[in-house]
Ligand binder design. Structure first.
Ligand code: UD1
Length: 417
């Protein structure tokens, strides 16, 4: 299993390009299932989760052709097998995103219940409830969701909580339904908007994406289109944190601060200078950061996917920070690993109290989930001596060429097998 070995203590400096957003790319790849015409997607990140999704689509009969360094053409003209088997789904929860498009286009789908990060129970009841409201017959048997509907019907759906992939799945199901669907309590995440933009380019009739009420008027069929994936705001935030924690100065290109207000605000509170350009962000860190408390919540509030990285920066900041996680019930697994490096963290239910220490010391730690791994990388970059991060396959699910990008910023980091 691959490990990352980091020798800490180097302030990150220089420029690095941000990749396309994993969490926008995954639903957009699934949108190809909705049409028999080719969908061209650009700015795709090279990540294990993307490869898994492509394998999943290919075994359903989608033809995938490379088109340039970060582009693909997906042709679901020959879609013949609306099945997502356990083998492919088990490593990636986002596989559930094939459910809505498959029922909409094929009238039937069998999708294994998803796996993914071990950060909480993460059920898919809202996806199922929404499809049922649209007239699908849904059964869950032997670990598979089986959904059937001759043609889905427009419906008014109010999800019990804000769910990102739930909103995306139901939006994709609704674009081919008969009549109007209204999704209330919809997720407002920018990735939902990116998907909606792609669907609209394919001929869908959607309004309100980016607000908590999305209206979709179903159409008979969708066409092909070309779509460029938005920049990854979580990768952007992670590199900003890495620069902040190491006292560095970086410029991140091919990205935008537009979707990162909550994160940028906290970094400024911590004492960083941030300048936003049209397609880039610059950050200059102070000698020592100030502790910043935060609470995760659905967009536009502070993202749960940045919580672990802020735990790492608070570990070496001046003062005490309280971090409250409200989205996932088991998302503090990085705390124990950070403590192995000398961090002072106390967990009380869904609150973490982080007391900044003078310095962290290198050690061997284990990555437990995707964003937890990112926090360990940040801590390793700050710690004195060598930090070995085990099980970095989690990291490879969501960060493109992380060791290359960090090395470009001057970090001493290498991958070992
Ligand atoms: C997406 C993101 C993930 C991010 C999360 C929250 C993708 C591929 N992943 O995950 O990186 O951390 O949003 O911003 O976009 N829930 C239910 N029933 C459901 C659906 C959700 O109880 O049917 C609960 C979940 O357990 C969780 C909360 O709702 O507690 C939010 O989850 P959700 O927004 O669905 O997360 P994902 O879409 O899986």
């Amino acid at each position: 299993m691959d490990k990352l070995i980091i020798t800490g203590g180097v302030p990150l400096a220089g420029e690095v390009a941000i990749s396309g957003a994993k969490n926008a790319a995954l639903p957009i790849l699934c949108a190809s299932l909705l049409t028999a015409e080719p969908l061209r997607v650009d700015n795709l990140p090279h990540l294990n989760d993307i490869s898994t999704m492509l394998r999943l689509l290919a075994q359903m009969g989608v033809e995938v052709t490379l088109d340039g360094p970060a582009g693909l053409v997906l042709d679901a003209g020959g879609l013949n097998n609306p099945l997502a088997p356990y083998d492919l789904v088990k490593t990636m929860r986002a596989s559930i995103l094939v459910l809505g498009p498959l029922v909409a286009r094929c009238g039937e789908a069998r999708v294994s219940l998803p796996g993914g990060c071990a950060i909480g129970a993460r059920p898919v009841d809202q996806h199922i409830k929404g499809l049922q409201a649209m007239g699908a017959e849904v059964t869950v048997e032997a670990g598979y969701v089986h959904a059937k509907a001759k043609r889905l019907k427009g419906a008014r759906i109010c999800t019990d909580m804000v769910t990102v992939t739930g909103t995306e799945n139901l939006m994709m199901a609704a674009v081919l339904a008969d009549g109007e669907t209204i999704i209330e309590n919809a997720a407002r995440e920018p990735e939902v908007v990116d998907l909606a933009n792609c669907l609209v380019a394919m001929g869908a009739n959607i309004s309100g994406a980016g607000t908590d009420v999305i209206r979709i008027r179903g159409v008979e069929r969708l066409d092909g289109a070309a779509h460029r994936i938005m920049p990854d705001r979580i990768e952007t935030g992670t590199y900003l944190c890495a620069a902040a924690a190491t006292g560095g100065e970086v410029r991140l290109t091919q990205t935008s601060a537009a979707y990162l207000d909550a994160v940028v605000d906290k970094l400024m509170d911590a004492g960083c200078d941030i300048v936003t350009e049209r397609d880039a962000i610059r950050l200059k860190a102070p000698q020592r950061l100030k502790a910043v408390s935060l609470r995760t919540a659905p967009y536009p509030a502070f993202p749960t996917d940045m919580q672990a990285q802020f735990m790492a920066i608070n570990a070496v900041a001046d003062g005490v920070a309280t971090i409250r996680e409200t989205i996932f019930e088991n998302r503090f697994m990085h705390a124990n690993e950070l403590m192995r490096l000398g961090a002072d963290i106390q967990i009380e239910g869904s609150n973490a109290i982080v007391r900044g220490v003078e310095r962290l010391e290198g050690a061997t730690v284990m990555a437990t989930d995707l964003r937890a791994s990112a926090s360990l990388v940040i801590a390793g970059l700050v710690a004195r001596g060598e930090t070995t991060i085990d099980r970095i396959y989690h990291l490879d699910r969501g960060y493109e060429r992380i060791e290359e990008k960090l090395a470009k910023l001057g970090a001493r980091v290498r991958r070992a097998h």
